[in-house]
Write a protein that binds this ligand. Structure first.
Ligand code: NAD
Ligand code: DAU
Length: 353
């Protein structure tokens, strides 16, 4: 099976950007990537600047909303799309609590549109790979791990919308025979993550000696997956995963939020010490908890490991240090997004902010 024209949705976001770089360097992928992204506040095409020139004929960008069926149909036909890796989503849990509508449109209707269009091209269509989250499984107690058989119990509007999209993908395989795979992964971290999420937010604030908000008692336990490990897992599943199957992807790095925040403080104190030898841990501020905050996530990735041989390569300690170093080396990247300079750039290039 050779994918010649792979549509990557949401390629200007955090994981999509990392995936595109990862894939273009893979000797076993010689096809073309068609990056389809609406450029919401979270999508930054500057991440991928210069790729058309660096990889002639192998990368194109199309600004489009996956909810717009006609535009997506046109792109499908124009580029003879034969596979999709579907990242595009509204991804931030806190935003889904304040304003769930966009999550329902993009995550559910958008996924439905893509499936429908893929179905009409079933004769040439090779794979619909859907990127999902461990949050669809709900919350764990102190023991146990999520497996692919764990019942769905989403607790936020975000995770409920992702759960709905997972079910649609499954149904299009069962009912229409569409070749699909789904992956449910834990929290990603690494370069290019929008600084509203815990790790980049804390790094940016700590660099500027601003307060570091920790929700509730800070003892919620998440599993952390370095984004490059995630990209490799996705490509492994796309190439060799059994069609119609779901695979869990985990980082084998369970950690309380407060420990992560303290680790970031300590690494930054070492890299950029305060002249007065102050500790950034003093900036930690416990704030009101997130409503419906899950207590613990942990992933059993035995299926992916046993069937396809994948396991994460990065330890949390090394991955976190690399991530901090990336944000320190790319401070203008975060600052531009946060100050609205980037929104102005979007307006000039794409006629929208
Ligand atoms: P992100 O918010 O950084 O990026 C999302 C991208 O999708 C942006 O480029 C945005 O412009 C684009 N987009 C949003 N709505 C769109 C629409 N209607 N049409 C076209 N493009 C649209 O997200 P991320 O963190 O890179 O997450 C990518 C995927 O991975 C999502 O499906 C998310 O649910 C899933 N996921 C993320 C994590 C994580 O830790 N970040 C973990 C598990 C699963
Ligand atoms: O588990 C996978 C999910 O990880 C993905 O499906 C989502 O798309 C992605 O956004 C991420 O969701 P989270 O809600 O886990 O990410 P966030 O960085 O917002 O929060 C991580 C943990 O840190 C969570 O327990 C809430 C806490 N937190 C978060 C922020 C932003 C804080 O304590 N303070 C904060 O300021």
């Amino acid at each position: 099976m050779t994918m010649k024209n792979l549509m990557v949705t949401g390629g200007c976001g955090f994981i999509g950007t990392n995936f595109i770089y990862h894939l273009l360097e893979k000797p076993d992928f010689r096809g073309r990537i068609i990056n389809v992204d609406k450029l919401t506040y979270a999508g930054n095409p500057e991440n991928l600047a210069g790729l058309e020139e660096k990889y002639p004929g192998r990368y194109v960008f199309q600004k489009a909303d996956i909810c717009g069926a006609d535009t997506i149909k046109t792109i499908f036909s124009k580029y003879e799309v034969d596979a999709i890796c579907h990242f595009a989503a509204e991804s931030h849990v806190d935003r889904s609590i304040k304003r769930p509508e966009d999550f329902i449109f993009t995550n559910i209707i958008g996924t439905f549109n893509l499936l429908e269009i893929a179905k009409t091209h079933k004769d040439r269509f090779l794979l619909f790979h859907h990127i999902s989250t461990d949050e669809v499984y709900g919350s764990l107690g102190p023991e146990g791990l999520f497996t692919e058989e764990t019942p769905y119990r989403p607790n936020s509007p975000y995770s409920a919308s992702k759960a709905a999209s997972d079910h649609l993908v499954r149904a299009y395989h069962e009912t229409f025979g569409l070749p699909t795979t789904i992956s449910n992964c834990s929290n990603n971290y690494g370069p290019y993550q929008f600084p509203e999420k815990l790790i980049p937010l804390v790094i940016m604030n700590a660099v500027e000696w601003k307060s570091l908000p920790v929700y509730g008692d800070g003892k919620n336990v998440w599993d952390w997956l370095y984004v490059t490990d995630h990209c490799e897992a996705i490509w492994t599943i796309m190439q060799s995963g059994e069609r119609g199957q779901t695979y869990n992807i985990g980082g084998a790095s369970e950690m309380e939020n407060i420990i992560i925040v303290e680790m970031i403080c300590d690494i930054l104190d070492e890299l950029i010490p305060s002249p007065e030898r102050r500790s950034r841990r003093d900036l930690i501020t416990y704030v009101q908890d997130r409503p419906g905050h899950d207590r613990r996530y942990a992933i059993d990735f035995t299926k992916l490991n046993r069937s396809l041989g994948w396991r994460p390569q990065e330890s949390f300690q090394t991955g976190l240090r690399k991530t901090i170093q990336w944000y320190l080396a790319n401070r203008t990247w975060s600052e531009r997004i946060k100050t609205g300079e980037y929104q102005q750039w979007l307006q000039e290039h794409y006629g929208q902010a």
